[in-house]
Design a protein around this ligand. Structure first.
Ligand SMILES: Cc1cc2nc3c(=O)[nH]c(=O)nc-3n(C[C@H](O)[C@H](O)[C@H](O)COP(=O)(O)O)c2cc1C
Length: 172
């Protein structure tokens, strides 16, 4: 069964964006391959080296049942580490692949340009957009144990995205 590739850009051990993404993909009924930019080797990524781990990553992306991106907002856009990794992905590797992007931020005003940038990325790759980019403010996600407790609006958006993803995966 082909996997959902979850590309999570945050370096934080208690990442909100990754927590949201996991809540969505874990209900989608597919194995999940979670990848962080750090695992690929920062220097190798920046030097665009074709290392075995970068080649395996690109292969996983090509074969993915769906790709889910999770990013914090940094400097009013998505994380640079995400950009650096996506720069290694060939233009045609995600054509037609179900695509879902998730961003979290402190300032609501920065979620709009980030969502716009993530939409542009999906268009660039000609991916099949499962849903508009999901945007969450930090104050919609309260710390609870090892994870987070979404408020009602955030919980509804998470549940809807899970349904949308499951639906997009039906024929894959
Ligand atoms: C280096 C850095 C830059 C940030 N820049 C912004 C920003 O420009 N706008 C914003 O709203 N939040 C900004 N934040 C806050 C994060 O986007 C926010 O806390 C997010 O939920 C973190 O996601 P994560 O827990 O997945 O890492 C920044 C945080 C860091 C550490």
């Amino acid at each position: 069964m082909s996997e959902i590739v979850l590309l999570s850009a945050s370096p934080s051990a208690s990442s909100r964006s990754r927590w949201v993404a996991r809540s969505i993909v874990e209900g989608a009924g597919r194995p999940v391959r979670a990848i962080t930019p750090v695992e690929l080797g920062a220097e190798d990524v920046l030097a665009a080296r074709e290392t075995p781990s970068i080649a395996a990553f690109v292969g996983a992306v090509r074969e993915a049942a769906a790709i889910v991106l999770a990013t914090p907002v940094y400097k009013a856009s998505y994380a640079g580490a995400l950009k650096a990794v996506l720069d290694l992905v060939p233009h045609d590797a995600l054509r037609g692949t179900p695509w879902l992007a998730i961003a979290t931020a402190k300032a609501p005003a920065h979620l709009t340009p980030t969502a716009h940038a993530l939409s542009e990325l999906a268009s660039f790759f000609e991916a099949r957009v499962v849903a508009s980019p999901l945007s969450f403010r930090d104050d919609e996600l309260a710390r609870e144990g090892e994870g987070y407790r979404p408020d009602m609006s955030a919980a509804e958006r998470i549940a809807r995205a899970r349904d949308d993803l499951r639906h997009a995966l039906r024929d894959r």
